[in-house]
Design a protein around this ligand. Structure first.
Ligand code: FES
Ligand code: FE2
Length: 369
């Protein structure tokens, strides 16, 4: 794991101590986030163009591109992007638009040796180069080498594929140190997409605190987890929130050095600005929170596992899905609450420090020119 994040025995000791003392990690201060930041069209546009497109953002897990020719196409920050694994094994991402008249080339995920435009069948290699133009005499002087797919900056590391659409970023991926999440043993189990009628940041905020476990998840997570007991860490602009399960108690009898987080807690990593990587007993998820409009959001969830027991993974995933439906209900209610104008700002308390970290860094990124 990253040097900035505590190892399993340290996190577990900290959580057991909180359980014993009925305490939790506290942030340095209360944060007031103007509600206008969730409703202003101007702010939304700035978040898309100045932050989401300029930040190296996880696009998909490496496991979604397992072989030569594998591709994943989806919109990121309102731009159609396709990532594919080339003949050389390297992942490259491109603007997903034909260089003839701009048709979106592919949708969804699959595996192919070339990409052929469905309109007039211009054909591109996995490296994005324009390979074939039917009836080429209709295009005298066309320089094929200047009509390849338009690349975006792509880096594959930590088991994730990062894409930076606009090169004006002053922040490199290396400035946000993150751990190796997925080694080669991790396989993609499923990909799910859902759309919701709330601002993307309401969803992100909801991932980052354990203050609501008892009241929101009374019959789902609360019987298995503690209310308002979390360990909160930040690494660069990212955060990790550790949520202990009641089964963590079993670890008290183990020598500290042998205590492992898997099966004893969920660790929710927020990768700035709009991605979460979360651990569960049977699987992990990578979720991308894509803003569509100021009050509409698409969440793309990749489920990965390093086990062969598919039934156990499915059960584990279904359980988590029931609990997260409750979070989405709350997010809907917050969005509707915005319309009342009752709050000029949301007050994020000392239990909500990871949310504070997110909004602080978002404000800083927006302020950067
Ligand atoms: S738009 Fe793609 S080949 Fe014409
Ligand atoms: Fe929740």
């Amino acid at each position: 794991m990253s040097g900035l994040l505590a190892d399993d025995p340290t996190v577990i000791a900290r959580l057991l101590d909180h359980i014993d003392h009925k305490t939790t990690d506290l942030s340095d201060g209360v944060w007031l986030e103007p509600t206008e930041h969730y409703t202003s069209q101007e702010r939304f546009k700035a978040e898309i163009t100045r932050v989401l497109r300029r930040t190296p953002t996880p696009f998909c897990p490496s496991a979604a591109l397992p072989e030569i020719g594998s591709y994943v196409a989806r919109d990121a920050a309102l731009t159609p992007i396709v990532a594919m694994r080339g003949q050389d094994g390297k992942v490259r991402a491109f603007r997903n638009a034909c260089r003839h008249r701009g048709v979106r080339l592919v949708d969804g995920a699959g595996c192919s040796k070339v990409l052929t435009c469905r309109y007039h069948a211009w054909t591109y290699g996995l490296d994005g180069q324009l390979r074939g133009v039917p009836h080429p005499h209709g295009f005298p002087g066309l320089e094929k080498s200047r009509h390849g797919l338009v690349p975006v900056t792509t880096v594959e590391k930590h088991g994730l594929v990062f894409v930076t659409q606009d090169g004006h970023s002053t922040v490199d991926a290396d400035d946000d140190p993150i751990p190796d999440y997925f080694g080669p043993e991790w396989r993609l189990v499923s990909t799910a997409e859902q759309e919701f009628d709330f601002n993307w940041k309401i969803f992100v905020d909801g991932l980052l605190e354990g203050y609501h476990i008892r009241s929101t998840h009374a019959e789902t997570f609360y019987p298995r987890q503690y209310d308002n007991i979390t360990a909160v860490e930040s690494f660069g602009r990212n955060s990790r929130v550790s949520y202990p399960y009641r089964s963590i108690e079993k670890l008290r009898d183990k020598p500290p050095a042998e205590r492992r987080a898997v099966g004893a807690l969920t660790q929710l990593n927020h990768l700035f600005p709009n991605v979460s990587v979360a651990t569960f007993p049977t699987h992990m998820t990578m979720a991308v929170v894509e803003p569509l409009t100021i009050d509409r959001t698409r969440v793309v969830t990749y489920t990965l596992s390093d086990r062969d027991d598919r039934d156990a993974v499915k059960k584990g995933r279904d359980f988590v899905t029931i609990g997260t439906a409750e979070d989405r209900e709350m997010a809907d209610a917050i969005q509707r609450g915005l319309a009342t104008g009752a709050n000029e700002a949301f007050t994020f308390g000392l239990f909500e420090g990871a949310i504070r970290h997110f909004h602080q860094n978002l404000a800083a990124a927006l302020g950067r020119t």
